[in-house]
Write a protein that binds this ligand. Structure first.
Ligand SMILES: [Zn+2]
Length: 56
């Protein structure tokens, strides 16, 4: 990143990926949601099968 260590507390460092997230509850919740979805996908690959229509 450019700049230095002068960033104020306008961002929140995600404990999961270490990424700087805007210090906004909705933004942070959306960000953590992605991690939760990723975790579910890892444990349940069959949970996301949107690769096409699968007629019964
Ligand atoms: Zn994260």
């Amino acid at each position: 990143m450019l700049g230095g260590a002068m960033s104020e507390e306008r961002t929140y460092t995600c404990p999961t990926c270490g990424e700087s997230v805007e210090r906004d509850l909705l933004v942070f919740l959306h960000h953590t949601d992605q991690h939760i979805i990723e975790a579910i996908k890892k444990d349940h690959p069959e949970w996301v099968k949107d690769d096409g229509t699968c007629p019964p």
